[in-house]
Ligand binder design. Structure first.
Ligand code: HEM
Length: 274
């Protein structure tokens, strides 16, 4: 299947979930021409997909150096900020995190597949500010996540995955409102094709020269119908859907999809599973 990861099989709640992966696995690839997709947005919707702060260019250049070390030298890209020159070579969105004024802050980002947020909104924010909408993040995770940023060794590449469900097959979804407005028009008999599993594979690694870190976000999308081809895979998803705690469900607005997802489970005969 085209959905490479099934994070709901590991956890049905918010988790830190970071695990080391080989350095060679930092970039997953899997998209023929990310530059074509990203350049169009960079031209037409710049503030949604790109932002940088003063003083971030050395860190940006270091990210470009890491991408070139992995993929080979870049073609000349005159006038492009180095982080964007790096991001247009990979499917992943790339976020530069640097220590500023005692906190880890997002100092530049290329965000062509942002899930309900925009580059202009989040640039400059600290880890705490970035995660304000995530219920319980400060209490449960912030101290540990800050510690992970402090202790990140240069040779280490960390990975985490998350998931949500949506009714848009687009990678670039800065605003949930127009998408959610279309939910009512979905016929339950076609829900498995209309609903999309949206999985993010996120990576984190140190920038040894400037001391920052690069956070990558690779989005994978597939219709629920694809998962439904494999009964055990759909049953595992049904277990996670039913086990997700209220704060997680509320944050992701899973309630909006309950009747449609129930119809998909029922069509697969999974009414009593869980
Ligand atoms: C590496 C450690 C990190 C952890 C453990 C973490 C954890 C989380 C969690 C649990 C969520 C809720 C969605 C989900 O993943 O299930 C979330 C959302 C988010 N995270 Fe992170 N995160 C990390 C790093 C970052 C970084 C470096 C950025 C910088 C771009 C970032 C930006 C965001 C944003 C913008 C959201 C969405 C908030 C919203 O709904 O408006 N995270 N994060």
């Amino acid at each position: 299947m085209s959905l490479r990861h099934r994070p709901w099989e590991q956890a049905a709640d918010f988790t830190i979930g970071l695990r080391p992966v080989p350095a060679a696995a930092w970039l997953e690839g899997g998209e023929a021409d990310p530059a074509a997709r990203k350049d169009a947005l960079f031209e037409t919707s710049r503030d949604l997909v790109w932002a940088e702060t003063e003083g971030s260019r050395p860190g940006q250049r270091e990210v470009l150096g890491l991408v070139e070390a992995a993929l080979g030298p870049s073609p000349p890209a005159p006038g492009l900020p180095p982080l964007y020159a790096a991001a247009r070579r990979v499917p992943d969105d790339l976020c530069l995190m640097e220590r500023r004024g005692g906190a880890w802050r997002l100092t530049a980002l290329s965000l062509s597949a942002g899930s309900f947020f925009t580059a202009a909104e989040v640039v400059g924010r600290s880890l705490k500010e970035l995660h304000r909408p995530v219920t319980g993040f400060s209490e449960r995770f912030l101290t540990r996540v800050n510690r992970i940023f402090e202790g990140l060794r240069p040779e280490l590449v960390l990975e985490r995955r998350n998931w949500t469900l949506t009714n848009s097959a687009e990678l670039h979804v800065p605003d949930p409102a127009p998408i959610r407005a279309r939910i009512g028009a979905i016929d339950p008999s076609g829900a498995a094709r209309a609903l999309q599993l949206r999985v993010e594979r996120q990576t984190l690694r140190r920038l040894p020269e400037t001391g920052g870190a690069v956070f990558g976000i690779r989005v994978w999308l597939a219709p629920l119908a694809e998962l439904a081809q494999d009964r055990e895979a759909l049953a595992a998803f049904a277990r996670a859907w039913r086990a997700a705690p209220p704060a997680f469900r509320a944050y992701k607005r899973l309630d909006l999809y309950d009747p449609l997802v129930a119809a998909v489970f029922a069509q697969a005969g999974l009414v009593d599973a869980g």
